[in-house]
Design a protein around this ligand. Structure first.
Ligand code: MN
Length: 201
């Protein structure tokens, strides 16, 4: 049985960037629903009980066809949100340092150019989805709750939820303002650790 991880900070800790109302609803209700529906699907296939979340969502071909869509959507939702809570911090913002900053500057020219490109791709996601910084420092997007890796491949460094449920209460239709606020709370220390040593969330 999978469970929703603790948020790690108070609902209101991200201040005006993301409100307590959104954080509580997003973590306690949306994420919980993904976990509940993932568990319900897996309960019909006890033989999958030994598999990790990454093994499940990273290799959907190995998931029985009758629950493949449920695992893709709700398992992906569980993975993506579990990472997302850690990508943000009340002490976040600023710029990355060390090898991560060096890599970003080498690839994009500057931190600003990197955030401009990430922001543009996040805004270009049609409907619901995610924007990701990959371990090779490329920027990709996925629709719905699809994860940006397959089993055995390194997992993303950071991800940004651009579903409307992530920002509508605060920002209404203005996804650009939400993405701007996201940069104020990104935990670059956490990102640097994942960049240096890829690890499961
Ligand atoms: Mn979400």
């Amino acid at each position: 049985m999978f469970t929703v991880p603790e948020l790690g900070y108070a609902y209101d800790a991200l201040g005006e960037n993301i409100s307590a109302d959104i954080m509580q609803l997003h973590h306690d209700k949306h994420h919980q629903t993904y976990v509940d529906k993932l568990n319900a699907a897996l309960a019909t296939h006890p033989e999958l009980g030994e598999k990790t979340l990454v093994e499940l969502v990273g290799n959907l071909d190995a998931v029985p066809e009758d629950i493949r869509t449920a695992v893709r959507n709700h398992g992906g939702g569980h993975y993506n949100h579990s990472l997302f809570w850690k990508v943000m911090s009340p002490n976040g913002g600023g710029e990355p340092t060390g090898a991560l900053l060096d890599g970003i500057v080498a690839k994009y020219g500057s931190y600003q150019a990197f955030t401009d490109e990430f922001t543009a791709k996040a805004l270009a996601v049609f409907g619901s989805g995610w924007a990701w910084l990959q371990p090779d420092l490329s920027i990709v997007t996925t629709p719905n709750q699809d994860v940006p890796f397959t089993s055995g491949q390194p997992e993303p460094v950071i991800g940004l939820d651009v579903w409307e449920h992530a920002y509508y209460l605060d920002y209404k239709n203005k996804r650009d303002d939400y993405v701007k606020a996201f940069w104020n709370v990104v935990d670059w220390n956490f990102a640097a650790e994942r960049y240096a040593q890829p690890a499961h969330v």
